[in-house]
Write a protein that binds this ligand. Sequence first.
Ligand SMILES: Nc1ncnc2c1ncn2[C@@H]1O[C@H](COP(=O)(O)OP(=O)(O)O)[C@@H](O)[C@H]1O
Ligand SMILES: [Mg+2]
Length: 232
Amino acid sequence: MNTYRDEAVPLLSARGLVKAYGRTPALRGASLDLHAGEILAVTGPSGSSKSTLLHCLAGIVRPDEGTVSYGDETLSGLPEARLGELRRTDFGVVFQFGQLIPELTVRDNVALPLLLGGLGRAQAGARADEWLERFGVRGQRELRPGELSGGQAQRVALARALVTGPRVVFADEPTGALDSLSGEQVMTALVGAARETGAAVLLVTHDAQTAAYAGREVRMADGTVEPAEVTA
Ligand SMILES: Nc1ncnc2c1ncn2[C@@H]1O[C@H](COP(=O)(O)OP(=O)(O)O)[C@@H](O)[C@H]1O
Ligand SMILES: [Mg+2]
C-alpha cells in the first residue's frame, strides 16, 4: 500500500479500454492515470464515452478489453465480492441525478454505506450527521430525497459518497442538473472535502465552469482520451 503515497505511481490507471454496447462502439482504446489526491476533469462532448470510462474505472462496468489497475490490484481479475468491497470502502460515486434512495430519509441514505460496511446504527447516524452538517444539509436529515432541491440532493449525494472515507470519488456530471449557483456550491463542497480528506476525484463534465475546479483536465473524443495530458 506504500505505492499509494508515491507520486510517480498512479492510484488508478486505465490502459487500452475497449467497450461496446452490442454493435455500438463506446470506448476505443482509452487510457488514463489518476494520481492520489488529484482532481482530474474528464471533458468531451456528449457521446464521447465519458460515463462509460467512469463506470469502468469504478468497477461498475467491465471493459471488453484493456485493464484498470487500482494500487496493485487489477479490477478485471477481482472476484465480484472484492469489487463490491472496493466500491463500498475505497470508491465513492456521485451521479448527475444523485440517485438517492427515495424511501429512505436523507440521514439514512448517508448512513447506508456505513451500515452495509458493518458499522452500528448509532455510530453510522452520527457520522452521517457530521457530513450532512459540513455540506449544509443537516437540517434536512429527516426529509425524503423527493423533498429536497436539486442542489441539496447533490450535497446529500456528496455526503453519501464521502462518508466512508474513500480514496477516489467518481463524479459523473455532478452539476449537470443544477443552476450555476447550486453547481458552484456543490463543486466548492466537493473540492473542499477532497482536499481535506486527500481523496482523488475523477470529475466527468461537459461544462467548462465545472471543469475549472480540477487541477488537471483531459479530453475525450470518439472513445479515446486525447494525449494532451498537462500536469497543472
Ligand atoms: N447502456 C447502454 N446501452 C447502449 N448504448 C450505450 C449505453 N451506454 C452508453 N451507450 C452508448 O455509448 C456511447 C458513449 O456513451 P457515454 O459513455 O454515456 O458517453 P458520454 O457520457 O460522454 O455522453 C454513446 O454512443 C451511447 O449512446
Ligand atoms: Mg455521460
